[in-house]
Structures are given as structure tokens and as C-alpha cells.
Design a protein around this ligand. Sequence first.
Ligand code: ZN
Length: 424
Amino acid sequence: MAYRPSRSRAPGGAAPTGPATLRRANLSLVLRELRDHTSLSRAEIAQATGLHRATVSNLMAELLERRLVREVGVEHVGAIGRPRRAVALHGAHVGALGMEINVDYIAVHGTDLSGRSLVERRVVHDAMGSGPDNAVRRLGLVAKEAVEAMGRAGAVPSGIVVAVPGLVDVTRGVVTLAPNLHWRDLPLAEQLSSMLGPRSVPVRVDNDANLAALAEYTSGVAAGTPHLVYLTGEVGVGGGIISGGELLRGADGFSGEVGHLRVDPNGDQCGCGRIGCWETKVGLAALVRAAMPEQAYGLPGMPVPDPGERVADIARGLASGDRRMMTAVAQVGEWLGLGGSILANLFNPRVIVIGGYFASLAQWLLPHAQDQLRRLVVAAPAAQCRFVASTLGFGAASRGAASMVVNHIIDDPTILDSLPRPAP
Ligand SMILES: [Zn+2]
């Protein structure tokens, strides 16, 4: 499904000028059509893009030479068996590396241009306790291993996007504030680039919930739903908002900080320093504290377990009817519905996709959350907003990060010309 960043449009709606600019724009137009369909004939591309048949043939010759598309042979269409020569997105040699750093793990997802998964991994890492220097070093090592693994699969990454749970200055690649990682004004793109050395491909940084929302919109359970809110269910809670098929970023790119909506003025202190933020009610730390306080986050001397293991422990307890866990999950579910209703009243989404641990415990959380949503959304009888559990698991943000790299190439495939060549 298409994700169309508004910056790819010519400013003021003017047509791109100059032969090189025009060619770049047309290459991008064709690649986008191919990304959104399994395969297309040249005639279908001409029809969809409004380009002349001869122009499409020329563009296709260039894309074939660049190995970004491939012929998929002659297909027979309809009862009379009319032949149709189709092409599909290819680019098996063009890699896209998505990464995510969170409170207790680093995730990587490497794909080729067509979205074929090449590397998928999650490593336990205590980013909260290790400090930014160690975290960047670890990110660099994990990135290097992923680049090598992608190389063995025949793909050279053309870019890296790192998802971070916090406010990100996307233009400069600086993490302005990541409360749960204790990071402030960290020039992550620059530091990771220098760790990867002079041959490093461009490194960008973005907000984890925005990237996960993009992953949901392009390949998740509600793919193609143009009005969609995504919620990360980790220790922190963030939101990514797709409105009218576009990612809503706000004036400074800081929209979606839904975890810090104040929902309880008499509540607990949040990682951001404020009192009663939504994530102090529904974040994984809040659930663990209520469901199994002996394993709460931040207890001295406690090793950081994989978040998946903690959630699996809770799921086992719930399945066996553990009273304390049932009460904890009901409470979290109600708060989830309350916060969800604020978002539904604001953005009128068709679905609220819940990710991370919310998805793993959806069968216990959702009845409570959906009840609250029905009660608290003003337009509830007509608006049909519902919670849906993500199927992308903890990897949603890294998958979205890889999609973002692919989008950059599709926006301008000529950037591949200026990338560093792989080491001989
Ligand atoms: Zn907060």
C-alpha cells in the first residue's frame, strides 16, 4: 500500500522542471506503482501514471539496467489467453536496514528493495542503564553484523534508519529527548555514522511510533486504512498517526507523544518528570509492577530480561487464571480504553492498532479497552473505531524503519549512484 510523503511533491504543486529532475520524478512514479502492485504491464503503468507508452518503455529500460525491476515473463489474462508481459519490483542487491533501540532491546530488520526480509533479529540490551555511549557502540556492532548478514544474502544497504522512543529532530538526526533512555540532545545519526566508518551509508533517525505506524499502514493487520492510530506498548507508550494516508508529524515532528497525556493528576511520576502520564498507567513497567511486583523494572540488582519473556510470564499467569494478574490487566485495559478515547475524539481513526506487549496480551486487554472506548468516544455509535492487535510484534518499528529506507530510494532512485561501493 502506498505511503506518499508530502515532501515528494513539487513545492506549490508546480511540475518538476529540468530534464534530470523530470527523469528522476518519472522513475519514482513508476517505482511507486510497482511497489503498490505485485506486477504490472508497461501499458498498465502508462495508464496509472499518465505517462506516454514510449516514456514508460525508456524508463523501464533504465530501471531494468539498474536491476531495480525485473521481467516476470508472459502472463495470460482472461479466457482468450491474451499475453501480458509484466514487470515487478526487484532490487535484490539494494538493501534497506531498519533498526530500533528501546529500553531493553535493539531490533534490526533488513530487507531488499522489494521488501523481502533478509535479516530479522532482536538482542537484549539495557539502554536505560548503560548510558548513551554504550548504547551507540552496541547499536554500531549490531548494525555491522546486520550489514554483513545482508551482504551474504547479496544485498548492500543503501541507508539505515534508527527508530528511537522519543522526540527526534529528523532533519539533523538528533534525539532531542528520550525520557525512558535518559537521552537528551544526542546526535545519534552522526555518532552511529562515525562508528560505521567512512564507507557508511546515510544514517537517519526517526520516532519509533511513527515508523511502526508506517509499517502497519504498509504491511500490517490494517494495511491501507488511511485513518489509523498506532500505539507502541513498551515501557514507554508512543503514538503514530496516519491521517488521510499520510504520517502526521506536526510543526516540529513531535506529534504523537501520547504517552505523556496527563490522565491522572494524582498519579505516579513518569520518566519525563511529569505526574500522571498515560504511560505510567499502561506502559509495560506499570503492568509488571501490578502483575508481578517482585520483578518490577528498576529494582536494584535485577537483570534486564527480554521483554518478550516478561510478557510470556504474564500471559501464562493469565491463562491459568491468576487473580492478581487478571486485576492488573483489567486495570491497564481500562486505562488503555480511556486514552484511546481521547485519540479517537481527536483524530477519528477507523482503527487503533496496538503493538508491542499490548498485542501479546490483546485477548485480555481488549474487552476492557473496547468497553471504555464505546463509553467515552462522543461519536462512538457512528464512528466505528475499534482496537486491533498488531501482528508485527516487537519488530514493527524496525520493519517501518526499513520501509522508510525503501521509500527514500523509491522517491529518488538516483541516490543509489552516489552511495559508497561495497568493500572489495
Ligand atoms: Zn510523561
